[in-house]
Unconditional design. Structure first.
Length: 121
């Protein structure tokens, strides 16, 4: 269940804005606010099955988008590489501070960190 929830919230983070307002609302209530289908149904004056249908359609839409684009897969593949780049830039700054005292090296390492951080977010 936890892996399913994580996968769905990742899909929502990347593709949620492409859903209808109703799909976004129900999906958010179910996965992020942890409301039951019955609670959502009661609050919106529809059946539990109606809520489930909306959520399932949202899940399917986002999964189809991921299957076609692979954006999340690419993001997850790139993340360790960005972490390694950031680690190397920090190590470079540390070595420079101890051995070389070259402000240009620190400036360049800071630029690498800034760009890698922007790509990571």
């Amino acid at each position: 269940m936890k892996n399913q929830t994580y996968r769905m919230t990742m899909l929502f983070d990347f593709y949620g804005e492409l859903l209808t307002e109703r799909q976004k609302e129900f999906f958010d209530l179910y996965y992020n606010e942890d409301l039951s289908l019955s609670e959502i149904a009661e609050n919106n004056g529809i059946t539990r099955q109606g809520v489930r249908d909306v959520i399932v359609r949202a899940e399917n839409t986002m999964q189809e988008l991921e299957d076609k684009t692979g954006i999340i897969r690419k993001f997850q593949t790139q993340r360790p590489h960005l972490d390694a780049i950031m680690s190397a830039a920090n190590e470079l700054k540390a070595v420079n501070a101890i051995q070389y005292f070259d402000p240009k090296i620190t400036e360049l390492a800071d630029q690498v960190l800034e760009h890698a951080s922007a790509m990571r977010d």
